[in-house]
Design a protein around this ligand. Structure first.
Ligand code: 8YV
Length: 332
């Protein structure tokens, strides 16, 4: 019997590719570039599975053009690049990589928030430019993290991990806004209080955005929302670019309507809104919140576990660990 063919849409760790090769004929994107839509469709011909990152859009048109596809395994917890209902309608399994990146991503959210609040990159650029000649009482004075109010928009696994860091590690007062209120024991564990979105924006000294991207969270933070924030506040986005209106944010930063921002994700990335590159009070990183060696390996391995199981191989054959649309799986 011939082995199924699968596509790995971005180069991943060789040891994970080796695991896939135990079961499949594997084609790996050897280029640094994301496939164009047409190239992706061409490469998917004859493939039963694909491993994607958050960048490849798999919509109904792509699925229709790749009728042999049975599984799409994202190496990401976010899956706004996948049209899951369309996949379900076509009987294609979709999977993501929750949990394995929660703590690493929360660490980075905290790092970005602290860097923005304490003006780390802004002051480093000043030093590198050779402008540091003397001390001044207000030199790069930022705002405190300890004891401040941490506001979290989107209280899923990563939001909760950030809340725990703030409450238990830094003595912060934690408030959150979420689609639904969390169970009392989770609120107690995170020492977090539920507030409305407006209250979140008004009260937060440091606002961290961790809400998944969808049509309803598109531009959840725009000019009107930024106007509610304190002029001393910071905003950190580790969710998805489209959740924040980057042009409005750049304007608010330039006009010092808020003090600073930390951004790991951007609308239209890898392009970054040019106005954001012009303002000094923003820390910019290239979507690396989950990027530790250990976590990226765990993510790729989990995606591989999903693909191997989805196509009926390995110890979990037919029972992929983290399905998004388990209803397409046939009962064992
Ligand atoms: C990924 C992410 O690295 O998991 C997510 O949703 O945003 C990141 O951890 C990125 O999407 C590439 O797959």
């Amino acid at each position: 019997m011939s082995r199924p063919a699968v596509l790995v849409a971005r180069a991943i760790q060789p040891e994970v590719v080796a695991r896939l090769r135990e079961h499949f004929e594997v084609e790996v994107n050897s280029d640094d570039n994301i496939y164009s839509r047409d190239e992706l469709i061409a490469r998917l011909q004859g493939k039963q599975g694909v491993m994607t990152t958050g960048s490849e859009r798999i919509d109904d048109g792509v699925l229709a053009a790749a009728p042999g596809l049975r599984a799409v395994c994202n190496i990401a917890v976010g899956y706004n690049n996948l049209d899951v209902p369309a996949a379900t309608a076509r009987g294609v399994l979709c999977t993501n990589t929750p949990d394995v990146l929660t703590e690493t991503t929360a660490d980075f959210g905290f790092a970005l928030m602290m860097a923005a609040a304490r003006r780390v990159t802004e002051s480093e650029h000043y030093l590198r430019r050779g402008e540091w000649k003397k001390w001044a009482i207000d030199m790069f004075a930022g705002s405190d993290i300890h004891g401040a109010t941490l506001g979290i928009l989107g209280m899923g696994r990563i939001g909760q991990a950030i809340a725990r860091r703030g409450a238990h590690g830094f003595g912060m007062k934690v408030i959150y806004c979420n689609r639904s209120r969390l169970a009392a024991e989770i609120e107690a564990d995170c020492k977090a209080s539920y507030v409305s979105k407006d209250e979140l924006l008004r009260q937060a000294d440091h606002l961290v955005i961790v809400v998944p991207y969808s049509a309803s969270s598109h531009h959840a933070i725009g000019a009107a929302e930024l106007a509610l924030m304190k002029p001393t506040a910071t905003l950190t986005n580790i969710a998805r670019g489209g959740v924040v209106d980057d042009a409005a944010l750049a304007q608010a930063l330039a006009a010092q309507k808020i003090a600073a921002a930390g951004l790991d994700v951007f609308e239209g990335e890898p392009a970054v809104h040019p106005a954001l590159l012009q303002v000094p009070n923003v820390v910019l990183t290239p979507h690396i919140a989950s990027a530790t060696r250990a976590t990226r390996l765990a993510m790729a391995n989990l995606a591989a576990d999903n693909l191997i199981a989805a196509l009926g191989f390995g110890p979990q054959a037919g029972r992929p660990p983290t399905p998004l649309n388990p209803e397409v799986l046939k009962p064992a």
